[in-house]
Design a protein around this ligand. Structure first.
Ligand code: HEC
Length: 103
């Protein structure tokens, strides 16, 4: 019985670990808008606060370079989106900046 419950615990841990820092393969369509990318790739974790507020940004992340770095590199609790590059990355960062509250 001991072995069996450890196995069940290990199975439960896998999806949690995958969510932690693992990268995502999502690649936006070349002409996807920032809003489209956000709603496809990000709202799973970043639920929009209202129709015009996609997320709350801390002051140090409230610029385009920091936002792009964040989603391309990820962090302990956020996956890296390495395939959001170039103009798609610009559009996504601009969408977030234009639709976020800075706290
Ligand atoms: C699996 C869940 C998950 C997904 C998917 C996700 N994020 Fe995050 N994100 C987090 C968590 C958790 C944090 C807060 C912890 C941290 O900063 O590492 C965060 C933090 C951020 C921050 C920093 C906010 C601040 O002020 O510090 C930005 C910007 C961000 N995410 C953008 C995005 C974008 C853009 C996408 C989609 C391409 C995305 N996230 C997808 C979990 C996620």
């Amino acid at each position: 019985m001991k072995i069996k419950s450890n196995f069940v615990l290990a199975m439960l841990a896998i999806p949690i670990l995958v969510g932690c820092g693992a990268g995502r393969d999502y690649t936006p369509q070349a002409d996807a808008s920032g809003e489209k990318i956000f709603s496809t790739a990000c709202t799973e974790c970043h639920k929009p606060l209202s129709a015009n507020v996609a997320m709350t940004l801390s002051e140090k992340v409230a610029n385009k370079e920091a936002i792009i770095k964040k989603f391309q590199s990820g962090s302990m609790r956020m996956p890296a989106f390495k395939n959001i590059q170039g103009e798609a990355a610009d559009r996504l960062a601009e969408y977030i900046l234009a639709n976020s509250e800075v706290k």
